[in-house]
Design a protein around this ligand. Structure first.
Ligand SMILES: Cc1cc2nc3c(=O)[nH]c(=O)nc-3n(C[C@H](O)[C@H](O)[C@H](O)COP(=O)(O)OP(=O)(O)OC[C@H]3O[C@@H](n4cnc5c(N)ncnc54)[C@H](O)[C@@H]3O)c2cc1C
Length: 441
């Protein structure tokens, strides 16, 4: 079942040439195209399915600094400002608001970890408040329980996954950018070892610069021209319920279940970190590199089934540019939900918030979360393919930093002062071992 998503209309006719072609209309691709169009560049955005229809509409909507890895925190902080500025500049509504994020726990070790993060965050000017038992229980009174403690990050917020990417897409079109749905980029052409065109199912666009923001499809795309991008995906299943529950926090995390208020007044319910690994040939290929990450997270992961092979996003095949590709056979990655996770999540949410008994389930869906071996996104021009900027592997936290990632991509393309230090993101780092470098989520 697809997640709720606002649909937008785009144009059929491709331009013959563009200053930049952005491949992929998720939150990263649309923000990259937006900042490029704002700088007066002729941008074409190519999306094989619908704008926002994969991970970018299937997430919780959290835009957080809280508990971010040090390598991503500067981008997270800048992104919160950019979410606000985007609304003011474009007049479009992504549903973003700084409602603060709230975490509750009865686990001393977890609370100690949050306190350590608070101390680190202070050193870079980010404020977050540890809550003692009385404060946590008061703020979490809708649970009717006494908690050992918690944390509240007042400057963090949420945006609406059903609206965010489409809103940015509308802003791009208002700036004169061209946008094309149901149009897969099949590959690239090169001249003198540099990118010279993007080949799509509907024609070729001549360009010297392209951005590969294809989410879970990025590695199989890069493989077509011999670039090795280690990437793996995990299937996560979540659900939404209708409006009608009163007094709940806007965004609450507990180890058992997390709850986020949606733009329609309903709630998204999910279990953090829980997912299934659907084995594919690509996963086997990169398994050694993902071992450190797997050892960190294996407790919340379980084996899946044939969904990954059926979906085709981790295909090892080489395809021709003049024939249908796996991307056209799977316009929108919409894997089957894990029914037991959906049941468990709903039950835990009803236990935590009896008020949710007034609501009904409105949708349940799954999404493939694409990850790099160290859990930090890969953003940067590929050394092996000058002219092609890779921006993928957002590792389960790319929605909130979508604006910052898009801005950084535009900076790299136009050679302007980068929004944040781009070094920690460069894809070349993934040629080395990631032992000891896996991000804390
Ligand atoms: C259940 C779940 C919960 C999450 N919760 C959060 C959260 O609360 N906060 C947070 O920050 N992040 C969260 N995430 C992660 C976040 O959703 C992703 O990191 C982010 O959306 C990735 O954006 P993207 O643009 O890179 O990829 P996507 O949104 O997957 O977009 C990639 C797009 O590229 C298109 N594409 C691929 N290949 C081609 C091609 N060759 N030609 C044309 N188009 C192509 C695809 O069709 C797709 O639309 C969550 C993810 C899931 C699944």
């Amino acid at each position: 079942m697809p997640a709720p998503l606002r649909h937008i209309e785009t144009t059929e006719t491709l331009p013959a040439s563009a200053d930049v072609v952005v491949i992929g209309g998720g939150i990263v691709g649309v923000f990259a195209a937006y900042y490029l169009a704002k700088r007066g560049m002729k941008v074409a955005l190519i999306e094989k399915g619908r704008i926002g229809a994969e991970q970018s509409s299937r997430n919780w909507g959290w835009c957080r600094q809280q508990n971010r890895d040090a390598r991503e925190l500067p981008m997270a902080t800048k992104s919160l400002d950019l979410w606000e500025r985007f609304a003011a500049d474009s007049g479009e509504d992504t549903g973003f608001r700084r409602c603060g994020l709230f975490y509750l726990s009865n686990d001393e070790a977890e609370l100690a970890g949050w306190a350590r993060w608070r101390d680190f965050a202070r050193t870079v000017g980010v404020t977050t408040h540890m809550l003692d038992s009385a404060e946590a229980s008061e703020r979490g009174r809708a649970t009717g329980r006494i908690w050992k403690g918690g944390v509240f990050s007042p400057t963090d917020g949420i945006a609406d996954p059903a609206n965010a990417a489409p809103a940015v897409a509308r802003a791009i079109m208002a700036l004169g950018g061209s946008m094309h749905q149901m149009c897969a980029a099949r590959g690239i052409e090169t001249e003198g070892g540099r990118l010279s065109a993007v080949v799509t199912e509907k024609g070729t666009i001549r360009t010297k610069l392209a951005v590969m923001a294809g989410g879970a499809w990025a590695s199989s795309f890069c493989r077509q021209f011999g670039v090795r991008f280690p990437q793996a995906s995990v299937r996560s299943s979540i659900l939404s319920v209708s409006a009608g529950a009163e007094g709940l926090p806007d965004a609450l995390h507990t180890a058992a279940v997390s709850v986020t208020r949606r733009g329609d007044g309903g709630y998204t319910l999910a279990i953090s970190g829980r997912g299934r690994i659907d084995p594919t040939a690509q996963q086997l290929r990169f398994s050694r590199q993902f071992l450190p990450m797997f050892l960190r997270r294996w407790k919340s992961l379980s084996p899946g089934g044939l969904e990954g092979i059926r979906s085709g996003h981790e295909s090892l095949t080489r395809w021709r540019l003049d024939e249908e590709t796996p991307m056209e056979r799977m316009r929108i990655l919409d894997p089957a939900t894990d029914a037991s996770t959906i049941r468990l999540t709903h039950q835990r949410a009803l236990d935590l918030f009896p008020e949710l008994r007034k609501t009904t389930i409105t949708a349940a869906w799954a999404g493939y979360i694409d990850s790099t071996p160290d859990g930090v996104p890969a953003i940067g021009e590929l050394s092996e393919m000058p002219g092609l900027i890779l921006a993928a592997g957002f590792s389960g936290h790319g929605f909130g930093i979508g604006p910052g990632a898009g801005h950084l991509i535009a900076d790299l393309v136009t050679g302007e002062e980068p929004l944040v230090d781009p070094k920690p993101y460069h894809p070349d780092r993934l040629h080395a071992s990631v032992w000891g470098k896996v991000a804390n989520f």
